[in-house]
Design a protein around this ligand. Structure first.
Ligand code: 13P
Length: 249
């Protein structure tokens, strides 16, 4: 009912030499059951798209501007990403929320722009350690969910990634019960707002220190449909066993 999704976020890593990792991934994962998505730096998108054409690997951006064009030095529009070969775009990653003061309102405007260009929006939500320790996790996730997603979200145009800020790049992973609590909550929120059919078909990813050694456990957790992987997506030899674990889940 929901095709599993293994998504890699390369963040600000990778020059042309990193494209060899895509070639290796394509070679080893040609029979994967899961959907495989890599979001490289935008500078690599069109070369990556050439390499990935005819393969089961798709490509995404890591951010887009809410406007379709204009005086926004350094920014990229959703249409530009689409033309460069992206099918998806990550939006509202906690690094963008922190480094670029992105609010959930901004994220919603970007999601609408992504949809307008025909891209799937991978909308990221997550609590800080202080918020978790204060017992506010579901309240924070609920507020981010309510504001970051515009009306009109569908299972085709939207993927949600739960990425606890304190688990990103730290090697710390929530307990499986903590992951399940948030994913079950998000599934219920989707149903309340967008209806049972949409909720049953929309993918929910977990992200934050997913590695070959913990992937199997995470993928057997309630309502986890895949992962958004940072560091372990940079090398095919690390990402491949994660995809294999997802296929087996
Ligand atoms: P790590 O897998 O490196 O913790 O990063 C997760 C992430 O932020 C993916 O978007």
């Amino acid at each position: 009912m929901r095709q599993k999704l293994a998504a890699g976020n390369w963040k600000m890593n990778g020059t042309g030499a990193a494209l060899a990792e895509l070639e290796a991934l394509i070679q080893t994962q040609s029979a994967a059951k899961s959907e495989i998505l890599i979001c490289p730096p935008a500078t690599l998108l069109s070369r990556a798209a050439d390499i990935a054409s005819e393969s089961n690997l798709s490509l995404g951006g890591q951010d887009c501007h809410a406007a379709s064009s204009g005086a926004h030095t350094g920014d990229l529009s959703a249409q530009m990403l689409k033309e460069a070969g992206a099918t998806s775009v990550i939006l509202g990653h906690s690094e963008r929320r922190a480094d670029h003061n992105e609010t959930s309102e901004t994220v919603a405007a970007k999601a609408a722009a992504a949809w307008g260009a025909g891209l799937t929006a991978i909308v990221c939500l997550g609590e800080t350690l202080a918020e978790r320790e204060a017992g506010d996790t579901l309240q924070i996730i609920g507020a981010q969910f309510a504001t970051s997603l515009p009306d009109g979200a569908t299972a085709k145009n939207t993927v949600i990634a739960y990425e606890p800020v304190w688990a990103i790049g730290t090697g710390k992973v929530p307990s499986l019960a903590q992951i399940a609590e948030v994913h079950d909550f998000l599934r219920a929120e989707l149903s309340t707002r967008f209806g049972a059919e949409m909720a049953a078909t929309t993918r929910l990813l977990y992200g934050g220190s997913v590695k070959p050694g913990n992937a199997s456990d995470i993928f057997t957790t309630s309502n986890v449909d895949g992962a958004l992987v940072g560091g372990a997506s940079l090398k095919a030899e690390d990402f491949s066993p994660i995809i294999a674990a997802l296929d087996a889940s």
